[in-house]
Design a protein around this ligand. Structure first.
Ligand code: PEP
Ligand code: MN
Length: 491
């Protein structure tokens, strides 16, 4: 530990007295990085420590409160973006198309669920990728795997780990979010403006009609609100959009973790205690047991994004990533898959959320369409027994990846929707709530997943196969998925 870390550990005023932003360094770690030039890493991390936060604690708590609503079924969560975000995607066209797509999808989901939608982009920092092997074969040549723009580049001559990229990640993240904020403030999400929905590609007249009716219903509601002047608070002018990424590269996350004063209105509900306490001071009046009152004045915030998640490969309860995640105030996600045991799952919740704060943790389930029926009910039941109230989010992408006969990684729209529809049904059957969806998507017209209304086949994938990691839904497939989910929500 260097001096800075030691000081941090001493001044840690939170209840995690044995935690510091660097305490993950004492644990075993998966997906570790072998930096050859340690001096260059130190230069990058000390630069990162001096740079200002990308997001603030006030914004982080705004999202935490919104996720507490999601956990209780009062709002729905839409999270989406690239599998691997490239520094190159930091341009106005790519950002605009993704923001517009998320906004349109969210309107459809509001219509479907009849509740507010919380939007989180996998964007402005989704630069680190876990890989199953340190080496891969590209065009018949063996080379170090692409680990995301924060570590190395995709072109074969850029595969060496370059510690300068940690700082480049910060600036691309900040530039992306700066543009998103500016566009939102300038009216990109202004619901006073008509939107283009582009439904012309839908060949099936019945489907075309069904989606058009939904769009018409949304447009009519918006027209009505404008006509009756329901926008006195300017709520139609813009929306909230939060950012997220996988918290994989802990050197980066640590350097952007700051001890900050909590915002004043940060309270979120905790699960009610079994027996309500009675105040001796008020002569028997109930103390509201559902509000967490925390004595500390400051906590540790990861200021690189509003929301971070732990991936399926790095969620071992006694390893470095969970050690890091248990100390931050941000809302966090944990990927849950076929290899997650129920005992690991419940242990993880107790480690990262000992106070059982509602909506602090989002469980992002990704089993695959063939396994969700067997595994999800068991996980729902085991979490219920712990007394934790989580956000259950379905990631129908990562359990449904397959290779075509010519070796292209793809996913079929039908499998993706099938897992999502199963998750909706299973939560209902179990008396639980599917709180949201987690999707890999892009606002561009790529051809990476098969199926959907355009009827993309395996042979079409080479037309615009542009992902540098997992296959994404294109803008039409993503919107169609939102229509289908909305349809199922309406029953
Ligand atoms: C991802 O979300 O891109 C990812 C790698 O997912 P998982 O950790 O669930 O495999
Ligand atoms: Mn992915």
């Amino acid at each position: 530990m260097d001096d800075h870390v030691a000081n941090e550990a001493i001044s840690n005023g939170t209840s995690h007295s044995d935690w510091s932003p660097a305490s993950w360094r004492t644990k075993s770690i998966k997906q570790s990085v072998n930096y050859e030039d340690q001096a260059a890493v130190d230069r990058s991390t000390s630069k990162l420590r001096r740079l200002p936060p990308i997001v603030t604690s006030t914004e982080i708590w705004k999202l935490r409160r919104a996720l507490a609503e999601v956990a209780q079924g009062k709002a729905f969560l839409l999270q989406g973006g690239d599998c691997a975000e490239l520094f190159d995607y930091c341009n106005d066209q790519a950002i605009d198309s993704k923001v517009k797509l998320l906004l349109q999808m969210s309107l459809v989901l509001i219509w479907g669920g009849n509740k507010p939608v919380v939007r989180i982009a996998r964007m402005a920092g989704q630069y680190a990728k876990p890989r199953s092997s340190p080496m891969e074969t590209v065009d018949g040549k063996q080379m170090p795997s692409f680990r995301g723009d924060i570590l190395n580049g995709y072109p074969p001559d850029q595969r060496a780990i370059d510690p300068d990229r940690l700082v480049q990640a910060y600036f691309h993240s900040a530039a992306t979010l700066n543009y998103v904020r500016a566009q939102l403030a300038s009216g990109i999400a202004d619901l006073h403006n008509p939107m283009e929905w582009h439904l012309g590609h839908i060949g099936d007249p019945e489907l075309q009609q069904r989606y058009s009716r939904i769009v018409e219903s949304i447009s009519e509601s918006l027209r009505f609100m404008r006509t009756v002047g329901a926008d006195t608070a300017g709520q139609l002018e813009t929306v909230d959009l939060f950012t997220s990424h996988e918290g994989l590269l802990l050197e980066y996350e640590e350097a952007l973790t700051r001890k900050l004063k909590h915002p004043s209105n940060r309270n979120v509900p905790s699960p009610p205690k079994p027996a309500p306490r009675v105040s001796p001071l008020t002569g028997g009046a109930l103390i509201n047991p559902s509000i967490t009152q925390e004595p500390e004045v400051a906590g540790y915030y990861n200021t690189s994004a509003h929301f971070l998640w732990v991936g399926d490969r790095t969620r071992q309860p006694d390893h470095a990533h969970i050690e890091y995640f248990r100390g931050i105030e941000n809302p966090i996600g944990i990927k849950v898959g076929p290899t997650t045991s129920t005992s690991d799952l419940t242990q993880l919740l107790d480690i990262v959320n000992p106070r059982k704060e509602i909506g602090k943790v989002t469980l992002i389930t990704r089993y695959g369409e063939g396994k969700v029926d067997e595994l999800l009910p068991k996980h729902i039941e085991s979490v219920r027994k712990t007394g934790h109230t989580v956000v259950w989010q379905c990631d129908p992408m990562h359990g449904n990846t397959r290779s075509t006969t010519s070796g292209i990684k793809t996913r079929s729209f039908a499998s993706i929707f099938s897992e999502l529809a199963s998750a909706l049904r299973i939560h209902k059957e179990c008396g639980s709530i599917l709180g949201g969806v987690h999707l890999e998507l892009t606002g561009d017209a790529v051809t990476e997943c098969t199926g959907g209304s355009q009827g993309l086949q395996d042979e079409d994938l080479s037309l615009r196969y542009e992902t540098f990691c997992d296959p994404r839904l294109n803008e039409k497939q993503a919107l169609e998925l939102a229509f289908l989910v909305a349809g199922s929500q309406r029953g």
